[in-house]
Design a protein around this ligand. Sequence first.
Ligand code: SAJ
Length: 423
Amino acid sequence: MNASLGAHSQRVDIGVIGLGYIGLPTAVVLADNFDAVAGYDIDDARRRFVENAVAPFVEPGLDQLLKKTVTSGKLVVTDSIATAENFVIAVPTPISEDRSADLTYIFSAIESLAEILRGDELLIIESTCPPGTTARLVDRIVELRPDLKEAVDSERMGIAYCPERVLPGNIIEELQSNDRIIGGYTTNASNRAAKLYSQFCRGQLWLTDSRTAEMSKLAENAFRDVNIAFANQLELLCAQNEVDVWELRELANKHPRVNILEPGPGVGGHCIAVDPWFLVGAEGNAPLIESARHLNDSKPQNISNRIVELVQSVDEPHILALGLAFKENVDDVRHSPAVEVVRIFSEARPDAEITVIDPLVSVCPPEIQGISNVHFLREMPTDFAGVDVVVVLVAHNEFKDLTLSQFGEVKLVDTRGLFKGSM
Ligand code: SAJ
């Protein structure tokens, strides 16, 4: 245990398990609203970052709130899970090779937690899970701790599934302003969880059962994926039919009931590119959702093909790629389609020189690290002489002031519409 926990040696108000992209912002917002919050993460380096009040990733407002809550002692980091009255579990649920949900982390968190439970706690699961997971976790607790069966049956112990819904890049604000779905394993658990969220959440709280809440989270992300796939489908059609997709989108969206999302190089991140698969894998059929996933996943190959075509007659072409993150203004490269485009193209044209710039990403992603014709930079070069093609992969704010004329005589593949209107 961290020495600073001494001040809270009774029980903290809330223990947050998992200090990642969701858990850490949640912990700081909770600590801003409660007296004693203890954060725990399995990763040693992550714990050191947080206890030193250093934000381990880029997220607006996180740095300040982390400093404030650590300095005031309201947020402490512990080297094992501290006893608490309430627990919020926000560990990853990655996707396995066969596209099913890998529930190793969540089960492992519950198993560690089971060792210290007293039987009157409220356990809240925020990690994205396939329908039925909360019930399985309850079974696992009782299997490990048969003495807690009475606490579960009598509802002395509460378990609820309350999915996170925050948008990377606006997490601190959305944690407090978004409506929340509160899916109690029992009604009593819903009520207890609602009471906790009402302490810091200005949005409305919608109470339901855990299974509906699990599925509703997946439905939200699948909805967005399907809608992005529609935009990407249109983009592919427009490219074939010599229509500017950005102009088309703007015009179609003038209709009062049409709202087409933005096409791009594909869909990345740890949520939208993953969660719809958990619905595809659930009982029943989901061909629309599955097809949207395939379409969005095919986009990086398609973009690479277009670059290949543009430089077909050029020996040792020089490509300047803007952006590597999975979307604008974040440093997260998980499942990034931008990384995929660079990787696929570098294999297709090993003679090409590819310079990739991302001012937010600190380390070259492993997928393209060590590829000899890929050069990763964090700053924009001052000289663009010799560049044949500029490929826009992410519309970071840092790129917004660029003008096409700066690059001289180049061809353009603008997957994000950064230069729309300036052609
Ligand atoms: N994208 C497009 N076109 C668009 C919008 C997004 O190509 O019009 C791409 C982005 O560039 C990115 C991917 O989709 O590669 C996902 O980005 P996003 O901004 O749509 O979503 P995330 O993954 O950052 O966050 C989503 C959000 N879900 C919904 O909007 C339904 C967020 O509210 C969730 O909390 C989050 O997933 C999560 O953690 O599940």
